[in-house]
Design a protein around this ligand. Structure first.
Ligand code: F3S
Length: 428
């Protein structure tokens, strides 16, 4: 790889032991992927942050870098923590687990991280602009910034993300190069020209992730004017059910003003058609049971916006959550504070809804509660919950989730449409 003078100095150790180690790792990764050089990044986002998935080895890596005097040289945000950093006892987080998570937080504080603890740094003050190179982990965020903002990031991995924050560089390969950003697969929407309902966005995303894998699709086209929250949930589901890092949404993606622009010099290699039946079948696949007593309703994957929380308040219409049912909303600390200022937090609390911040149902120790069936409006959560939360899962719209929370169950006649014939244990 060709390195700049500054990068060579880092590799020699002129900038300290931590920068030397980080640069050595990045050069090795770059060589493996055939990168010719490193590219400066505007920001880094780190997934090596939640104890539930990084385990003791991850804690040691963070502490090792901190002990070596590592400092982030570009704005570097953190993915959610493995627990609500303030109310972790209320959420039954084991003490030994919390101690490890707090050590991770301390190490990143020393390194100068932005303690954002969210999978939505792009909605929380760290949005990259069109064409800007960044080095981010968190699959949902990477899919969003490539596909909606036109920024450039590969789906980086844990540890590499820390090295990118320390050096301000990432190997130039994959989606950093224009030639790798063009579409390959045409996705035709054949649902009668109608706009998708909000709950259908994660269903479409789930289908796209599963069907496209790492090939870049060109969705021609989504009708109507999708909201940022709808695109957020669609791309999170797409990046969960497959290795998708970018999809062109004709008329939305800055590099896909037209279908021709999205494909660039490529010819479409195959065509995928999305019909009403596709959406119905995919929705069924997102559930492991079709009706059940619900002991946890968990929404906010990705973290809920204030508008999504307002929608829950409206749907509840003053009704209380059923006894023996938990209803949790995951969001950022900033959105929670906003909800408090607006009086919504007190209202939700009085109705039995808990708002957890800076973490989520999949990366906190939810399994310690022994829940049997979780209901969610998140495609990403529906994919991972059976393994991460050790529960059955029912996917439904926000309105269906609220009804389940109020009734404490989903009865066969109330089951979300499209669930007929779902075999128990059949998802994820
Ligand atoms: Fe975010 Fe947790 Fe979902 S990190 S995308 S809320 S799995």
């Amino acid at each position: 790889m060709i390195l700049s003078k500054e990068e060579e100095a880092m590799l020699r150790g002129d900038e300290g032991e931590a920068a030397k180690l980080a640069m050595e790792i990045l050069v090795k990764v770059g060589e493996k992927f055939g990168a010719k050089r490193l590219v400066p990044v505007a920001s880094a986002h780190i997934v090596l942050a939640m104890y539930k998935s990084i385990f003791d080895a991850g804690v040691e890596v963070c502490e090792k870098f901190a002990a070596m005097g590592a400092k982030f040289c570009v704005p570097t945000t953190l993915d959610p923590s493995g627990m609500d950093t303030e109310m972790w006892r209320e959420f039954k987080t084991p003490e030994a687990y919390a101690e490890k998570q707090l050590r991770v937080a301390k190490a990143y504080e020393q390194m100068g991280a932005i303690m954002s603890w969210t999978c939505l740094p792009h909605f929380s003050g760290s949005a990259p602009r069109f064409g800007e190179h960044v080095g981010w982990t968190e699959s949902s965020a990477v899919a969003f910034i490539n596909s909606v903002l036109g920024a450039r990031s590969n789906r980086e991995t844990a540890v590499i993300d820390v090295c990118i924050g320390i050096t301000g560089r990432t190997p130039e390969y994959g989606l950093h190069l224009q030639e790798n950003r063009y579409g390959k697969v045409l996705v035709k929407m054949e649902i009668g020209g109608r706009a998708l309902e909000t709950w259908e966005y994660p269903v479409l995303g789930y289908f796209l992730g599963k069907t496209l894998g790492s090939e870049i699709g060109v969705v021609d086209a989504l009708a109507g004017s999708p909201k940022m929250d709808q695109l957020k949930s669609m791309l999170a589901a797409a990046a969960a059910s497959g290795p998708l890092a970018m999809v062109h949404l004709v008329g939305i993606t800055p590099e896909a003003r037209t279908r021709t622009e999205a494909f660039g010099p490529n010819q479409s290699t195959r065509t995928v058609t999305v019909t009403e039946e596709t959406l119905k079948t995919t929705r069924s696949e997102m559930c492991t049971v079709k009706s059940a007593k619900i002991d946890l309703v968990a929404v906010g994957c990705p973290h809920y916006s204030i508008a999504e929380i307002q929608n829950v308040v409206k749907l509840l219409a003053g009704r209380k959550v059923a006894d023996k049912t938990e209803f949790w909303i995951y969001t950022t600390k900033q959105v929670r504070d906003l909800a408090e200022r607006m009086g919504i937090l007190a209202e939700l609390s009085a109705l039995g809804v808990k708002i957890a911040t800076q973490t989520c149902m999949l990366i906190s120790p939810v399994e310690t509660w022994g829940f049997k069936t979780l209901m969610t409006d998140s495609g990403k959560c529906s994919y991972y919950a059976p393994v991460q939360c050790k529960t059955d899962v029912i996917f439904g719209s926000a309105a269906e989730c609220v009804e389940a929370a109020v009734c404490g169950q989903v009865l066969p006649q109330q089951a979300p449409s499209g669930l007929a014939g779902v075999p128990k244990g059949g998802a994820a």
